[in-house]
Design a binder for this molecule. Structure first.
Ligand code: ATP
Length: 197
């Protein structure tokens, strides 16, 4: 099965773009959503996260995302310890999901691909970009956070310039109608590549 990675910075529109691929019948796996679901569902993950972060990691049995985010933001060691608990479970969940798919290719949306040198897991990689001011505006509107908070997250991510260099395809998602045309072209290009690699 051909696995196409879909990445991009905060607010670039990865999930919005992923939904467009879905409308062409392409199965989409959103790693962040699945990780969150597993963090709430898996007893093993729960136990290990409580060991790592303390009882505040969960409130009424539900993951306390804000608490975890505040803990890991400036602590790379804690972040890798959390990833070591969650990532292998997401990877095996993705493997099981992949076996059930019947399509020319699948899309796996993941915010972090290049940052952790995970390019080898994908046949092709698409990066979604958008103007910084637009991205900030979108996230403020979606999450009700401050511009400073969004900028701080952006600072922690690889720049678009670096991501573009390492990508097979780029979608400039400022205007959704224009993005849809690019998505259609990329979908056709991937189908062509699969037929004639
Ligand atoms: P994150 O990395 O934060 O999860 P993301 O890259 O997945 O974000 P989305 O959640 O798809 O981004 O988009 C962020 C917000 O911007 C959403 O509210 C979405 O509806 C909106 N949005 C995305 N693309 C566009 C667009 N082309 N025009 C207008 N609004 C958009």
């Amino acid at each position: 099965m051909i696995v196409v990675g879909l990445t991009g910075g905060i607010g670039s529109g990865k999930t919005t773009v992923a939904k467009c691929f879905e409308s062409f019948g392409i199965p989409v796996y959103i790693a962040d959503t699945e990780a969150k679901a597993l963090m709430n569902r898996s007893k093993v993950i729960k136990r290990k996260l409580i060991q790592l972060f303390g009882p505040s990691a969960y409130v009424n049995g539900q993951l306390n995302r804000e608490y975890l985010a505040s803990k890991i933001f400036n602590d790379k060691t804690l972040l890798s310890e959390m990833n070591a608990i969650v990532h292998p479970k997401v990877a095996s969940h993705f493997k099981r999901w992949l076996k059930k798919q019947d399509a020319p290719y699948v899309i796996k949306e993941a915010a972090i691909i290049f940052e952790n040198n995970l390019e080898y897991q994908y046949h092709y990689i698409i990066t979604v970009i958008a103007d910084e001011a637009l991205r900030i505006e979108r996230v403020i509107k979606r999450d009700g956070v401050s511009a400073e908070k969004v900028k701080a997250i952006m600072q922690n991510q690889l720049s678009d310039k670096e991501k573009i260099k390492k990508s097979d395809f780029v979608i400039e998602n400022n205007d959704l109608d224009i993005s849809k045309k690019q998505i259609q072209d990329i979908h056709s290009a991937i189908l062509r590549k699969i037929k004639k690699p």
